[in-house]
Write a protein that binds this ligand. Structure first.
Ligand SMILES: *Cc1c(COP(=O)(O)O)cnc(C)c1O
Length: 426
């Protein structure tokens, strides 16, 4: 049933390292062949073998209205016909910036880039430029793209200073990154004692890159207070949670104002877009107004802006959108938990808006160490068996899942029914 995908994967591996352009796509976490996709429609993906899957990945978040939404498709085609890129300003950029600014009282200006990685990398440069300081605080299990100073993993000793998590990253660069445990206030306070040179603290306020592990209200509050007290900038990386967890991202849930917010995924609706945003006085440091340099040939690409613009306007037009998405997310996760319980399988679940997560473990994970204790073998079997039945879940327990607007309750019921069957054999 995966015959053509297996062949396509072999062919890809000849000319593309590992056969993929982003590592997680290789299904390494579950040891399988990734289906090669030919098209998507609504809630479904189709592969080269003609298999059809209910898609809980949605391109890792961007597609809140599912595949081939008619309105987004129309805007993209219309804009593409006028030219793909100009390297000059268009009004579409201002329009999309306005849509974002309108949602957050603490954001006045937005700069568009082409990926989440670029957004975060630029936000950190801006924070360093504004504060004149060098060190950054990052949490274990939060992913902020693949730029050098953020590829850090826990070092050997007790030190908060981490080690490069990838060859090619000089440890000289990493020495400015303090790595600490998510949701651990005591360790965070230690960072501010250890370094007097902290430019910024970067956090996924609703972490979606170690599975779904939200920060507690108290922890985010402490991040805010410590940054203010020590003259560091607080960066919320909402590349995933922005316009996914709620209309106002984590702000709509925790009501905490970051100094800089990064976006990506949903604001491009499937096109390559990222953005970072802040108050006017901070953004004034950015070139050409200020001295902090940042640029991009394809930044604010008109086709990408058009896709994002229609998507955000559709989101805003439906006042009940996030309630409806969350209702389906809860229906799915509570259903999974119920069938797991029936088969005596410990399963922890959580949702934030259209984001959901589930872990095969005894207790709800609070940080990366907890996630590491989950049953990965069981997850791999679950994943594989669900895929065979036509349900496409993220291929790793370290990833969040996503509900899209076109998903019906009937489809979710079918998912739970299949999960019941699968869990009986786990
Ligand atoms: C996806 C993601 C990124 C990286 O975005 P890319 O577009 O893949 O570069 C950064 N931060 C968070 C929180 C993400 O989920």
């Amino acid at each position: 049933m995966f015959k053509k995908s297996i062949k396509a994967y072999e062919d890809a591996k000849v000319v593309i390292p590992g056969g993929v352009d982003s590592p997680v796509r290789a299904f390494g976490g579950v040891i399988g062949t990734p289906p090669f996709i030919t098209k998507g429609k609504g809630s479904y993906l189709y592969d080269v073998d003609g298999n059809k899957y209910l898609d809980f990945v949605q391109s890792w978040g961007p597609l809140i209205f599912g595949h081939c939404d008619k309105d987004i498709e129309k805007a993209v085609i219309k804009t593409a016909k006028l030219g793909l890129s100009f390297g000059a300003p268009t009004e579409l950029e201002t329009e999309l910036a306005n849509e974002i600014v309108e949602m957050f009282p603490h954001i006045d200006k937005v700069r568009f880039v082409s990926s989440g990685t670029e957004a975060v990398m630029s936000a950190i440069r801006l924070a360093r430029g504004v504060t004149g300081k060098n060190d950054i605080i990052k949490f274990e299990g939060c992913y902020h793209g693949h730029s050098d100073s953020l590829l850090v993993s826990a070092g050997s000793g007790m030190a908060t200073f981490g080690a490069p998590s990838s060859p090619g990253v000089p440890s000289d660069l990493i020495k400015h990154t303090l790595l600490t445990e998510y949701n651990n206030l005591e360790q965070l306070e230690k960072c501010f004692i250890e370094s007097k040179d902290i430019a910024c603290l970067i956090i996924e306020p609703i972490a979606g890159n170690m599975g779904l592990v939200p920060a507690t209200q108290e922890f985010l509050q402490a991040c805010r207070e410590l940054c203010t007290k020590h003259g560091a900038l607080l960066i919320f990386d909402e590349v995933m949670s922005g316009f996914r967890a709620s209309l106002h991202g984590s702000y709509g849930i925790n009501n905490i104002e970051a100094d800089i917010v990064t976006f990506g995924k949903v604001i491009g609706a499937g096109m390559p877009v990222g953005a970072f945003a802040s108050r006017g006085e901070i953004m004034a440091h950015l070139s050409p107004e200020g001295k902090v340099y940042q640029a991009g040939t394809l930044s604010g690409n008109p086709v990408a802006m058009a896709a994002g613009l229609v998507s955000l306007r559709k989101i805003k037009a439906d006042k009940k959108l996030y309630d409806k998405l969350n209702e389906k997310a809860v229906m799915l996760t509570s259903g999974l938990q119920k069938v797991a319980k029936k088969h005596n399988i410990p399963l922890q679940v959580d949702t934030r808006g259209s984001m959901f997560g589930f872990f095969f473990c005894e207790e709800s994970p609070k940080n990366m160490k907890d996630v590491g204790k989950c049953d990965f073998k069981r997850f791999a079997t679950f994943h594989h068996e669900m895929l065979k039945r036509g349900f496409y879940f993220a291929c790793s327990q370290y990833e969040a899942g996503f509900i899209c607007e076109t998903m019906s309750k009937k489809e979710i019921k079918a998912t739970i029914k299949a999960a019941d069957e699968v869990m009986a054999g786990l």
